[in-house]
Design a protein around this ligand. Structure first.
Ligand code: GAP
Length: 513
């Protein structure tokens, strides 16, 4: 199965098993908006718990808040979003389709990179063990030709980005012969800036309604509460404020399922520090966040950092944690050194003094900030795409299994009586379920053959299936089947809780951090 096919299958699986539904589906859906179903919401909540507990419980100097989506419109002027939260858009006059000019160029560069990698793979195959990749890249004429093309376009692109030169974006697209994938033509409009914030009005229009924005990031809710939290929590620098909440962006190109949505959720933490210490803290948070990701057990090789060449208007250092999605390595989380840009500007725009009195140095200053910001939905997609597997069993049958890291799996255990028309068995199974449900999210399932029930649980990623059979009535033992190994083990009912707990307790994951 190609990665493209895998992605389509994954999207269908998400719908079939109640993870994600297209929003407003009975009205034919709404572009780039999705609803989470009965399984999806459990997985999403578990991802959020892993993040929230790692931030606020494991760090005595990080506290959480929950600020509103609606905020004073001046906040978005102070933050720079009104002036600068734009994407460069371009339309194809023939297909009438709209694209992000920067994405068209990046995709073009990605294709050149792919060509180079294919050439290297061919070399590897040809020369086997004697292959020297560095030398091959430095001397192979095909690689050198593609690399020269890449460098030329890349340099022009970075310069255009830094200068905000929209005409140059269009010229690069024309010079590279980038065509619209729908019409196949180069008939492009000029490139224009498009602000990504959604606006609405507050109050009755006739009473002089105020235009307000749906927040495009949760971070500003933290900045404008900095003083409240610092004072009421008697926080000393360095300290952090964490928040999980919805954000909204009118994305021009909203594709790739929940990777880029118009309504999504962020988990953001702003870490307030003394000016001058930001690059040390930036390094520490990079390490800290990578540890959090790798600790989930989805393969260290599937993550990498991508340092930004062009920095956002508020940053003096920035990196992305990229994850290997089915469509390649893409941003999962952003880590930014935001200087004192936000607090400084809120001080200026609000007229309120936002300073920290440092008892050690006796000085007052506007703190600097390191931000970590990850999309819940993107994390969800990372987990699901990494977990989805189609395995051919010895019997020749295929099983679809989601090997979701057990502590964040939506359902932790399924309790099943071997047959449903035996009251003694169903009573015992239900009493086990009633006992376990206080500690774990469990499902009771008595329909269909045991084989079919196993398949259903594999498809939603349930780590354990517990079968109650006739012998259980005598020996007070049950058969426990492990999702990943498919091994079955007979264990006393009294030991069920500790067996499940060992594998699924989130605290075990947190303890490794
Ligand atoms: N406060 C900084 C900030 O918002 P960002 O890089 O624009 O930075 C942070 O966004 C994270 O939010 C991204 O790494 C991504 O995981 C998530 N994100 C951003 N836009 C998104 C979208 N349209 N759909 C889903 N997730 C998105």
């Amino acid at each position: 199965m190609t990665q493209d096919e895998l992605f389509k299958v994954l999207v269908a699986h998400c719908k079939e098993y109640g993870f994600i539904f297209p929003s407003s589906e009975i009205y034919d859906g709404l572009a780039a908006v999705y609803d989470y179903g009965q399984m999806g919401v459990e997985l999403k909540n578990n991802i959020k718990s892993y993040w929230w507990n790692a931030m606020t419980r494991l760090n005595e100097n990080i506290v959480g808040i929950d600020s509103c989506i609606f905020m004073h419109p001046k906040i978005w002027e102070a933050s720079g979003h009104v002036a600068a939260f734009n994407d460069p858009l371009i339309d194809n006059k023939d297909s009438k389709k709209r694209y992000r000019a920067d994405v068209l160029i990046e995709e073009y560069l990605g294709k050149i990179e792919e060509k180079i990698n294919k050439e290297v793979a061919k070399g590897k195959k040809k020369f086997g063990e004697n292959f020297d990749e560095e030398q091959f890249r430095a001397t192979n004429p095909n690689v050198l030709r593609e690399l020269a093309k890449y460098n030329e376009v890349h340099n022009r692109y970075v310069a255009a980005e830094n200068a905000n030169d929209l005409a140059e974006y269009k010229q690069i697209i024309l010079d590279c012969g980038i065509v619209c994938p729908i019409s196949g033509t180069c008939n492009w409009t000029d490139v224009r800036q498009f602000n990504l914030m959604f606006s609405t009005s507050m109050g009755a229009a006739s009473e002089g309604a105020n235009t307000i924005y749906l927040r495009p990031e949760t971070a500003q809710g933290i900045f404008v509460n900095y003083l409240n939290v610092q004072k009421t929590g008697r926080m000393k620098l360095p300290f952090g404020i964490a928040q999980i909440g919805k954000a909204f962006r009118n994305e021009i190109v909203a594709r790739q399922f929940i990777f880029r949505m118009r309504e999504f959720e962020q988990m953001e933490m702003q870490f307030f520090i003394k000016p001058g210490t930001e690059l040390d803290w930036f390094k520490q948070w990079k390490e800290n966040r990578m540890k959090w990701h790798v600790n989930l057990g989805m393969g260290a090789e599937n993550y990498r950092f991508h340092d930004h060449e062009k920095l956002a208007h508020y940053a003096n250092a920035a990196t992305d944690v990229e994850f290997r999605f089915p469509f390649g390595f893409k941003e999962l989380e952003g880590i930014h050194s935001r200087t004192n840009f936000d607090l400084g500007n809120h001080q200026k725009y609000s007229g309120k003094k936002i300073q920290y009195f440092d008892p050690e140095s006796g000085e007052s200053y506007v703190p600097y900030v390191i931000e970590t910001s990850i999309g819940v939905d993107r994390m969800f997609l990372a987990v699901l795409s990494n977990s989805y597997k189609e395995e051919v069993l010895e019997s020749g049958e295929t099983r679809v299994v989601l090997s979701i890291p057990a502590p964040i799996a939506p359902v932790k255990a399924a309790v099943m009586p071997l047959v449903k028309n035996n009251e003694e068995l169903t009573n015992l199974a239900q009493s086990i379920m009633n006992d376990l449900k206080y500690d774990f999210n469990c499902q009771y399932d008595e329909k269909d053959s045991i084989g079919k029930r196993y398949r259903r649980q594999d498809a939603i990623g349930t780590p354990y299936c517990i079968t109650v059979d006739h012998e259980s009535l005598e020996d007070h033992c049950v058969t426990v089947r492990d999702r990943d190994t498919m091994q079955q083990e007979r264990i006393p009912i009294a030991e069920l809780r500790s067996l499940i707990d060992k594998k699924v307790n989130l605290n075990n994951l947190l303890r490794n951090l």
